[in-house]
Design a protein around this ligand. Structure first.
Ligand code: DSN
Length: 427
């Protein structure tokens, strides 16, 4: 049962200039505003940007080529682009305590690519978490450039505890002698001992790259361990918990590493930087340094814990038994439903999630036994622990009423009633 967005709902949102110039695009954008307003966004990697971030990201800075770096551009007229990139770099360095930053990567994948191209040659050995245990496509998946270019040795979580087992990672590194080790994950909900990872990397002479894309916002607010003091190089996106515009970045405490990575980002793997998004990143870093952001991140974590506890009470099994971050992975097998089916039926009532493999998943990666949930977007809307309990019961009711159209329609009404109490966008 697809979500219906009625014309009066859509008409409530104005976007006048665009509506006059291009009503087709304006109509689609208005429908997206309504989708965001009416649905519960539980995808762990998504968030709702501030109007200030969107204003900067949609600004005149989209108009210009600025290949190169501040003070060393290949085009004239870049003085304000230098200012904005310098501001973004200084702000992000202060936020994470880093000595060097590159804010040009278009996305997390490009940030990771730039680091790999700096330190590895094709055929070199790299060690990272298996995608099926919570890694990322760019951590060595066979269908990604990393799986094609490099000799991948994958580690996973312990079968019983579903946690990282640092002793077995050490043993694997001793045997494999990788040139680079990746830590940082997309579907692992627990905190990470970055110091231990650095010891493992040092013991085999490997570069340690931490990919902090998921917890970047929590780290900025000191709600999660910071990899910057430990890893040789840290990559991230800016749009997940960090709540900035879609994009990537790279940090390090070693300026010599920074110089090499700079050359790989440009001219190695990218041309002109997306300066409008760098302007949006600068705003995001400013927002992330405010006391309100720290409060927000604390609530993100409290909400995730409350949601995990409530779902456990409803009979779900949370992988590893809980969460230390904004995300959790649910094993759906007690409900005899696959991740794919659960995602579809939740979509039909306006609850947006994504299916995800769980460690040692018996299902195929496209089907999965798991569902990944996260609290960044609902927390941005202002929801707290009581709403997490409400969400857990809406999810449970949906699982129990998969075949019942009128039951699902009633749940969709409850989702609408909940989201209406927490509006997002100014009209
Ligand atoms: N696709 C992102 C996620 O959802 O975790 C990672 O890049």
């Amino acid at each position: 049962m697809p979500l219906r967005i009625s014309d009066p709902d859509v008409a409530a949102h104005r976007n006048d200039v665009l509506a006059q110039v291009d009503p087709d695009v304006a109509f689609i954008l208005r429908k997206e505003v309504t989708r965001q307003e009416q649905n519960l966004e539980l995808i762990a990697s998504e968030n709702i940007t501030s109007r200030a971030v969107r204003e900067a990201a949609g600004s005149v800075m989209t108009d210009k080529y600025a290949e190169g770096y501040p003070g060393r551009r290949y085009y004239g007229g870049c003085e304000h682009y230098d200012e904005i990139e310098n501001l973004a770099r200084e702000r992000v360095k202060a936020l994470y305590g880093a000595a060097w930053a590159n804010v040009q990567p278009h996305a997390g994948a490009q940030a990771n690519m730039a680091v790999y191209f700096t330190f590895l040659q094709p055929g070199d050995r790299m060690m990272a978490m298996d995608l099926n245990h919570g890694g990322h496509l760019t951590h060595g998946s066979p269908v990604n450039f990393t799986g094609k270019f490099y000799d991948i040795v994958a580690y996973g979580v312990d079968r019983d505890s579903e946690l990282l087992d640092y002793d077995s990672i050490q043993k694997l590194a001793d045997d494999a002698k990788p040139k680079l080790i990746v830590c940082g994950f997309t579907a692992y909900s627990r905190n990470i001992d970055f110091e231990r990872f650095r010891q493992i990397a040092d013991s085999v002479g490997a570069i340690l790259m931490a990919d902090m894309a998921h917890p970047a916002g929590l780290i900025a607010a000191e709600e999660f361990n910071n990899p910057v003091p430990h890893a040789h190089v840290v990559t991230s996106t800016t749009h997940k918990t960090l709540r900035g515009p879609r994009g990537g970045m790279i940090l390090s405490n070693d300026e010599e590493i920074g110089k090499k990575v700079n050359k790989t980002v440009f001219p190695g793997v990218q041309g002109g930087p997306l300066m409008h998004l760098i302007a949006g990143k600068a705003v995001c870093f400013h927002e992330a340094a405010q006391p309100a952001f720290k409060k927000y991140q604390k609530q993100v974590r409290i909400n995730a814990e409350a949601l995990a506890v409530a779902l456990t009470g409803e009979g779900f099994r949370i992988v590893s038994g809980g969460t230390d971050s904004q995300l959790m992975l649910i094993d759906l097998r007690p409900f005899q439903i696959t991740g794919k089916e659960a995602q579809l039926v939740l979509d039909s009532v306006g609850i947006t999630t994504n299916r995800n493999t769980i460690p040692f998943d018996p299902e195929k990666p496209f089907v999965t036994s798991g569902l990944r949930l996260g609290t960044p977007a609902v927390t941005t809307r202002g929801m707290k622990e009581p709403e997490m309990r409400e969400i857990a019961s809406l999810i449970t009711d949906t699982m129990r009423n998969c075949e019942d159209e009128s039951g699902l329609a009633a749940i969709q009404e409850q989702v609408r009633a909940l989201t209406q109490r927490f509006p997002i966008h100014e009209i």
